[in-house]
Structures are given as structure tokens and as C-alpha cells.
Design a protein around this ligand. Structure first.
Ligand code: UT7
Length: 344
């Protein structure tokens, strides 16, 4: 470790990538699958369409190309990666980790690799881990890949849930930065396990190992009490945003781009208004991709980059709320691609 203290060290995002399958399911398509309408879905969620894989496509198949795009932007060779973290609720399989499978696919032979389960907050959880691993002096470069095949756990007979989700992987390269650059200003993650009963997938774990009965009872599908989650999410996302901004010594008025988790446009708008952030400073991708769990925020970050909405030094706010309950917030300055310099 160099002479820099952990607090002085600059750590930030130097590359972002996203990969979605080509196939699109529109709200009109869903009118043929369940008793729903385009009007209901748009009005209640903000979703118009979502990308979906062909059945049998694993999370790593989207994760590897997303990772390579992020590495290309950061000008980082896969062999330079110290750690790969994959937040996911839809791993290729329970083990080995999807992170190990992607490590092999992208040739990151020097990295140790593991998955984490933070549900929709998996990305902010992973950024907290990546920042800490770099500040500890253990590593200079961490790859975080949110990779989700939500269609693999969606019940296409349940109109309450199946219309909400899409498939996506999105990745960021987190690195130690040059001293003249700013990256993470603050992050904060939290959990409230009393919310576990409102959003879950019960089958396939040690509590309910897969049997014919668990499959017949549809326990391998995601289940959500939408109304109960909504009530907590709407206040929870605003609260974690306020807390992390305060930690950074900022207010919503200092935010150049707000990238919230995209579960429901109404939750996003409520949080934005509470933080006094104008509509044009909030990234909205839920209309095109639906809720893609841990891939959502890095995916929206890549879309923002492609649309020319990111400028060097911009203050970005990420905020999430999801199953667990879990929640998280990150304030980070946008750094230019390739802004990293190997410390002496
Ligand atoms: O990402 C992780 C965290 N998750 C969230 O943050 C999600 C939070 N929850 C939500 O976003 C919303 O609760 C939903 C979008 C899931 C549902 O919206 P809602 O306005 O809370 O609807 P609701 O569940 O209260 O249902 C209202 C009505 C019900 O009919 P009745 O009982 O009033 O006759 C539902 O059966 O809407 C019905 N409904 C639908 N109708 C047409 C539910 N889903 C549909 C649908 N199409 N797809």
C-alpha cells in the first residue's frame, strides 16, 4: 500500500458496459399472455417494453460481453482485474458462482471471483465492497457485473409480477484513480430483514430444496406483495438518498444526474421530487428495459454515457431499494475513461 491514507485515496468508475438480448416483449405482447393492458402497465409502472432472452440463456452469456465493453472503455486488460463481483438473483446455477464462469469467459486469470445476493440493491452493495477492497490496499481494479435473467424466475401466469421484469447485464470497472480526480464521495448500504416476507423466491434453497411438490406449488418463481413493497420502497429510497447526500456534504440540488433503481416510475418520481431534482436530471430507462434488478443502475449509466449525458466531474447519485429489504445510495463523480494511473 502506498503512503496515501484510505480517506485520501481516490477511487471511482473508469468504464461501464451493458448487454441486452435482441428480443423485445412489448406491453401489447403481454395483452396476449395475461389479463392486462398497455394503458395499465404504462400508468402504474412506466414500462413500455423489456428485452428478454431465448429460454436457456444463462446470466453469464450477457455478463461476459457487458464486462468486455466496460473493460474496453476503461482501457483495462482482463489480466489486470484483481476481483470480480457479480450481484445477481439469477445466477447460472447456485454454484460455482457466475463470477467464476465469467472470469473464465473473459480470461481474467488473476482475479478472485464471487457472487453476492443483494437483490435490487446488489449493485450499490457491490460498489461499497469494491471501494473498500481498493481502499484497503489489496487491489487496484475491481470488476462489478450485475447479470440478471429475470425471465427465468418470472411466472407468466401472474400478471402482478411478470410484466415488471426484463433481462440485462451491465458492468463497471472500479479503480484507484489519479490523485487529481474525484470518484466516490460517499456510499451507504442497509438492510431490514423484516421485509423478507414481501418479496421472495422460496424454492430451490435449503429451506425448500427442489422437489416435484415445490415446482407444482410454483415456488421457483419470484413472488411479490407489490402494494406492501411499494409503500416501504417509496420512503426507503428517498431516505437512503438523503442520507448518502448528507454524508457527501451535498443536497439534491448539487446532483447533475440521478440514476435510481428502476422498479416503478412513480417511486422514482417521488424520490426525485423529495430531493428537489428536476425531471431532466433523472435517468429513465424503465420504459425500455423494465426492472432488471442488479443490472439496472449500471445499465442506465451506460445508456447515459451513450446519450452524451455524462460529463467529467458530474456528480451522480445512485439509489436503490429491493428484496430483503435492502437499500443503498452512492454519490460519485464521473471520471473520464482511462483516467486511472497505476500508483507507484
Ligand atoms: O424492485 C424491487 C422492489 N420492488 C418494487 O419496488 C415494486 C413496488 N411495487 C410496485 O411497483 C407496484 O405495487 C406494482 C407495479 C407492482 C403494482 O401496482 P399497484 O398500483 O400497487 O397495483 P396493485 O398491486 O395495488 O393492484 C391494483 C389492481 C388489482 O386489481 P383489484 O384487486 O383492485 O381488482 C390488481 O389485480 O390492479 C390489478 N393488476 C393489474 N391489472 C392489469 C395488477 N397487475 C395488473 C396488470 N394488469 N399487470
Amino acid at each position: 500500500m502506498s503512503q496515501k491514507t484510505q480517506a485520501e485515496m481516490k477511487v471511482g468508475i473508469t468504464g461501464v458496459g451493458m448487454h441486452v438480448p435482441e428480443k423485445i416483449l412489448t406491453n401489447k405482447d403481454f395483452e396476449k399472455i395475461v389479463d392486462t393492458s398497455d394503458e395499465w402497465i404504462v400508468e402504474r409502472t412506466g414500462i413500455r417494453e423489456r428485452h428478454v432472452v431465448e429460454p436457456g440463456t444463462p446470466a453469464s452469456a450477457l455478463g461476459a460481453p457487458a464486462a468486455l465493453q466496460a473493460l474496453e472503455m476503461a482501457k483495462v486488460d482482463p489480466m489486470e482485474i484483481g476481483v470480480i463481483i457479480v450481484p445477481t438473483v439469477t445466477p447460472d446455477m447456485l454454484f460455482p458462482s457466475t463470477a467464476c464462469i465469467i472470469q473464465e469467459k473473459i480470461g481474467a486469470k488473476n482475479a478472485w471471483a464471487f457472487d453476492i445476493l443483494g437483490a435490487c440493491s446488489g449493485f450499490t452493495y457491490s460498489l461499497g465492497l469494491a471501494d473498500s477492497l481498493i481502499r484497503s490496499g489489496a487491489h487496484d481494479t475491481v470488476l462489478v457485473i450485475g447479470a440478471e435473467i429475470m425471465t427465468s424466475i418470472a411466472d407468466y401466469t401472474d400478471r402482478n409480477t411478470c410484466i415488471l421484469f426484463g433481462d440485462m447485464a451491465a458492468a463497471v470497472v472500479v479503480q484507484r484513480l489519479r490523485d487529481d480526480l474525484d470518484g466516490f464521495l460517499a456510499w451507504e448500504n442497509g438492510a431490514d430483514g423484516s421485509g423478507a416476507k414481501y418479496l421472495y423466491m422460496k424454492g430451490g434453497g435449503s429451506l425448500h430444496p427442489a422437489t416435484h411438490e415445490t415446482v407444482d406449488a410454483k415456488m421457483h418463481y419470484l413472488w411479490q406483495d407489490g402494494k406492501a413493497v411499494y409503500k416501504v420502497a417509496v420512503e426507503g429510497m428517498a431516505r437512503i438518498s438523503e442520507r448518502v447526500l448528507e454524508k457527501a456534504g451535498l443536497t439534491g440540488e448539487d446532483v447533475d444526474l440521478f440514476i435510481p433503481h428502476q422498479a416503478n416510475l412513480r417511486i422514482m418520481d417521488y424520490t426525485r421530487r423529495k430531493l428537489k431534482i428536476p425531471p431532466e436530471k433523472m435517468m429513465v430507462t424503465i420504459d425500455r428495459y423494465g426492472n432488471t434488478t442488479s443490472a439496472t443502475i449500471p445499465g442506465a449509466l451506460r445508456v447515459a454515457y451513450d446519450e452524451g449525458k455524462l460529463h467529467e466531474g458530474d456528480t451522480l447519485l445512485f439509489a436503490t431499494f429491493g428484496a430483503g429489504f435492502t437499500f443503498g445510495g452512492v454519490v460519485v463523480k464521473w471520471t473520464p475513461a482511462g483516467g486511472y494511473k497505476t500508483p507507484a
